[in-house]
Design a protein around this ligand. Sequence first.
Ligand code: PLP
Length: 263
Amino acid sequence: MGMKYVLAIAGSDSSGGAGIQADIKTITTLGAHALTVITALTAQNSTGIAAIQRIPARFISHQVRTVVKDLRPHAIKVGMVATAAAVKTVASLIKRFKLFPLVIDPVLRASTGGRLLEAEGLSVLREQLLPLADVVTPNLIEASALSGRAIETVSDMEQAAKTLKEMGPNVVIKGGHLAGDCVDVLYDGSEIYHFRAERIRTDNTHGTGCVFSSALATSLALGYDMIESTRRAHDFTRVSIARGYPCGDGAGVTNPSVATVKA
Ligand code: PLP
């Protein structure tokens, strides 16, 4: 079996914990080759985002067209896309080059507070990008923004997953921000699946969402089905959090470079 290619379309995190840096580490650790199309550069450290340089939509397009002319990705993950125009461009590239299976991590804000997608981008993301996805992986805050529902319990997560499924994709809502055990909820249109683990008490969580969506995309590229890929992403993210370390004055980072996943 030859090397599998996973295309990450995402932003750069200069502190090295989240964004494309987390994507590359995750995809590499799981045994695939990361192709990287950068949508924005962030000047960022563990205490916050100082500035964002958004890459023009036409140069995002140039990167994708150049890569796919030569390398056919076996799965795609889309993370931070900063502007409505860039979201539109990414959606049209996905259709034109049939870039599937497609995992969308609907990145809206950094946990340190800065907005990563401009306000006008949310409706474009919902209307043009989500319907193309095989699976969307919001955290509680993103699931709430996309579904218009408050989420406070696992049962709220299930209801929000059903609402988001109406837009097309399978849905994994990540429960890391709820109290108690950490439960990720997958809804595939017919069944609800829970992936549950005891909460790890740590601040070393920067990059968690990026790690999860990249692990899911890589598992799909390696040929696992949606349920098994979600289990692997849950497992891999948990181990990355357990192996995380302090990094700077703010929250520490997850460590996907040394994580493993149970067979
Ligand atoms: N910076 C970039 C470039 C990202 O893509 C993301 C999340 O996807 C973040 C920061 C936010 O990471 P966190 O919410 O773990 O701080």
